[in-house]
Design a protein. Structure first.
Length: 248
């Protein structure tokens, strides 16, 4: 049924799914990089679950499900993935400053590439290059505040000037280009969807995103700790299973 949705939505079925095309579900479009996205989300979730005690039932169940789905996704590699991965690692090793933009340092390439190490694995999140021409952009109605004031500034006005000294001239800012990750074929994506059994891979990504947000909320609330106000005796008796249903 899920595969049929994609075929009905696509004008020309092909070996690869085109990013941004309809999936057959309203408001849900084909993801550009589902494999790396899921591995990033699952790794982040497992990393944040370390804040929960091992006795937490939520941690135990979520870890089990996340590791199971992560293993399914990891086992399916697109053609040419190993060569692409080695080349990407080499690029990061040769230009580490471009992929590391900690607070207070130079943001090379507009901080377009952000490297994270999660669970011993490297992930690079890259924003697409902005190719728009300001000369062709219509005025959005923003009010012209005029030229900057000259002379001495107040402490509030000088607040942002400390960052100016950290910036380098544009000619000194490095820029690198990473090759796009090899795509999974439509059959490989279908294989992942069938093994996970939770709908389209885009739906699986939505669930993983929601789980990652939930982990943050539950960790912040420290849900594993005892309640501040103890429940009154017999409060939860109604919800317990008695084992045998007895008629009054």
């Amino acid at each position: 049924m899920r595969r049929t949705l994609r075929q009905l939505a696509a004008v020309k079925p092909s070996r690869y799914l085109e990013a941004g095309t309809p999936t057959g579900l309203t408001g849900l479009f084909t993801h550009a990089a589902p494999r790396s996205t899921l591995l990033y989300l699952y790794s982040s979730t497992l990393d944040k679950l370390q804040a929960f005690p091992e006795s937490s039932l939520y941690r135990q169940s979520t870890e089990a499900l996340t590791k199971h789905r992560m293993a399914i996704v990891s086992a399916v590699e697109p053609e040419g993935y190993k060569a692409w991965s080695e080349k990407a690692k080499q690029t990061i090793a040769e230009h580490p400053e471009v992929f590391n933009t900690p607070e207070g340092s130079v943001a090379h390439d507009g901080a377009r590439h952000v490297r994270e190490v999660i669970g011993g694995k490297q992930f690079v999140t890259s924003q697409p290059a902005d190719d728009h021409d300001e000369l062709l952009t219509e005025w959005d109605g923003e009010k012209d505040e005029g030229p900057q004031l000259e002379g001495s500034r107040s402490a509030l006005e000088r607040k942002g000037q400390s960052e100016w000294g950290m910036e380098r001239p544009g000619s000194d800012v490095k820029s690198v280009e990473l090759d796009p990750e090899p795509q999974l074929t439509a059959d490989q994506i279908s294989d992942i969807e069938n093994k996970i059994g939770a709908g389209l891979i885009e739906e699986v990504i939505q669930v993983a995103e929601g789980e990652l947000k939930l982990v943050d909320v539950l960790a912040k609330s420290k849900v594993w700790e005892d309640l501040e106000e103890k429940p009154v005796e017999g409060q939860w008796e109604y919800f317990k299973r008695s084992g045998i249903l007895q008629n009054p």
